[in-house]
Design a protein around this ligand. Sequence first.
Ligand SMILES: Cc1cc2nc3c(=O)[nH]c(=O)nc-3n(C[C@H](O)[C@H](O)[C@H](O)COP(=O)(O)OP(=O)(O)OC[C@H]3O[C@@H](n4cnc5c(N)ncnc54)[C@H](O)[C@@H]3O)c2cc1C
Length: 437
Amino acid sequence: MLLDRSERSFPRVIIIGGGFGGVEAAKQFKDKEVEVLLIDRNNFHTFQPLMYQVATGTLAADAISFPIRKMFKSQQNFRFRMAEVLQIDQKEKIVKTSVGDYDYDYLIIATGATSNFFGNKQVEKYALPMKSIHEALNIRSYVLQNLEEAVLRRNLHDRERYLNFVVVGGGPTGVELSGAIAEIQLHMLKKDYPELSTHEMKVFLVEGTGKVLGALSEKSSQDAERYLKELGVNVMLNTQVTGYDGNTITFSNGESIPTKTVIWGAGVMGQFPAGIAAETIQRGNRIQTDGQCRVEGMENVYAIGDVAAMITDSTPRGLPGVAPVAQQQGKYVAKHILSTMNNQTVENFKYFDKGSMATVGRNRAVVDLGNFHMKGFLAWMTWMFVHLVSIFGFRNKLVTFVNWSIKFFTKNSGIRLIINRYTRPEAEKEETTYQHS
Ligand SMILES: Cc1cc2nc3c(=O)[nH]c(=O)nc-3n(C[C@H](O)[C@H](O)[C@H](O)COP(=O)(O)OP(=O)(O)OC[C@H]3O[C@@H](n4cnc5c(N)ncnc54)[C@H](O)[C@@H]3O)c2cc1C
């Protein structure tokens, strides 16, 4: 049982969210005079950068997930509750959850982000997002389900919407995912589905701006586009999605593609429980903080990672939604809380940018380290090394390494199981026109 405020010897820090930021914050409190309560709707941490490999069958879900309780088994002052946090009551200093209320002395909101469909309800209904492990597994099942459907149809016209795979969003998620689906087409389709021919399957990557990987250097952007094209991905730049009725996706330029599979990687927005003042919420549904990760107008409440918008004079556009920002802010707020408890002053948070990278299928990647740019096989090895050392747990590192090695030597993309069938809402109507040029 957890003690009430009056019975505790140490202040309680509640952390909402066991993602990159929340976990890093909790670790810093080891052996310190605080009680840490981490609350997450899942009992595991997800290594999101490799989620696309779960969606495309290279890795199993448990290779990139790690039980939160196990992660903190040697931290005496750590407690965990698997619950949905519903509301923050800042007056009473309580968080209301699906399993009861918990009082806090300090609160860290590290709830991350969810998919942003920019208000397009039709796209939201039919497209597949990839912001959680459950959603990645849905994609794995649905891609395979559509290949199974395709073999049941005799003529190409009937088959094509099952064999057109559209990924929306040319950021790292879209680039990595479309590259991996193209590899399924190149290396798996003919072996598993002899009824289908490789050229019948098509992968499209749709991006609203004029380049892929817009946040990386010009060189990386161009190299990634070239790699995608070499893999056979149809890269559609300067193209906005206007609608998707479950059968046909339409674009601002008047083109359309018949498809059962649209994967949405085009935008994210912050997610957080009720109780945050409306004036604190910024563009992208993120919580405004000051330069010390404190939520304006809320005593002892911090927001970090993807959910936070640290808009200050030195960071007028906020910080990027990437794991290193969340991790560095997690470390920072824990130290901030401990210093505040000891009446020490703290300097503002400074983000140290370690660089960016993305992979495009086997043997190809791009890496930016400041002004230094790497591409090809060496970049791919660097990408693999960085991700391998970053995954939590020895078993997960080993399983991932073994899977990657098998894939490297056999070009075999591994897990082709439909364990839970994904049931998508029924399409609005059977659409037959196909106008993509
Ligand atoms: C597909 C994909 C690929 C990515 N690739 C990269 C990459 O290559 N490199 C990189 O640096 N970044 C990458 N990112 C971004 C990176 O994963 C995020 O920036 C990072 O996860 C943010 O950490 P966080 O702690 O803010 O949130 P998260 O890691 O998202 O954690 C949030 C946690 O809060 C929990 N939660 C949310 N709301 C509630 C609630 N109400 N109650 C209880 N629990 C709740 C969630 O279950 C989750 O565990 C990728 C993201 C995605 C989706």
